[in-house]
Design a protein. Structure first.
Length: 261
């Protein structure tokens, strides 16, 4: 049985059994709200998705064994520390060896599930976009701002083969959160670019990975993290066709930094 098969099998477990076990162990109260730090992974039982249910089952098992619930969650989003990052970058059809000497952190996304096309619709934005149209399904929205300000950028990684590519940040990176949220693996990172050639001082990044359908939502900007979280909370995702044709772009390294193109 593959890991994805296991996730789907767990997803078929009757919600009633999960609810009862959670209540007995004190993970949920009678109203379905969490009474632990696992609140965001549990969600409302009416909106819980297969992957977030998997996280809840992990919490049930963890509580029964007397260990921290979050420690039982195996994230498919891997965040690794590094002292510079070397890899292959394809430019104009030719592969080149590159070295990002100021990279201190990179991310990889593991999933054997089929990749899908998807689009998002932003139902709330803190300011009008300068690129893209709000309230419509799209794969890119941005308020580019000017100078050292870039309020937000929302990008999709549906057509990009994210498996096998290490995405790094070039600055002083701090991982501030990694959890299960609304069925996504959510990772929040703050990057200080003070000593970087980029014009930004500090940029917040919120990355949502859905390993079940194998797509990525990227939100970054100089707006506060709470603002980016509100953007994410009001996104609608429309899942499209499975991607059956791929191309080898020749790269095994890339960056997430805003302002690098």
């Amino acid at each position: 049985m593959t890991e994805i098969d296991l996730f789907r099998a767990i997803g078929d477990i009757d919600d009633q059994y999960i609810q009862e076990a959670s209540e007995r162990l004190g993970l949920l109260n009678d109203a379905g709200a969490s009474s632990t730090d696992f609140e965001e992974a549990v969600m409302n039982k009416k909106t819980i998705r297969i992957f977030s249910k998997t996280a809840l089952i992990a919490a049930v098992v963890a509580a029964a064994l007397g260990i921290t619930a979050l420690a039982a969650v195996i994230f498919r989003t891997k965040v690794e520390s590094t002292d510079g990052l070397e890899g292959t970058w394809n430019s104009a059809g030719e592969n080149h060896t590159v070295f990002f000497e100021d990279a201190r952190l990179y991310m990889i996304f593991e999933s054997s599930a089929p990749r899908h096309e998807y689009q998002f619709k932003a139902n709330w934005l803190p300011s009008e976009p300068t690129v893209g149209v709000p309230d419509e399904y799209t794969d890119y929205l941005s308020n580019t701002g000017k100078g050292s300000v870039l309020p937000y950028e929302i990008n999709s990684y549906n057509r990009t083969d994210i498996q096998g590519i290490r995405y790094c940040f070039n600055g002083k990176e701090t991982l501030t959160k990694q959890d299960i949220w609304n069925g996504y693996e959510r990772t929040e990172i703050v990057v200080d670019y003070t000593d970087s050639p980029l014009s930004f001082n500090t940029v917040n990044y919120l990355i949502l990975f859905q390993p079940e359908d194998n797509y990525l939502v990227f939100i970054g900007g100089t707006d506060p993290m709470e603002t980016l979280e509100k953007i994410a909370d009001n996104l609608e995702i429309r899942l499209g066709d499975e991607i059956t044709e791929f191309y080898d772009q020749g790269s095994d390294i890339a960056w997430f930094d805003l302002g690098r193109g």
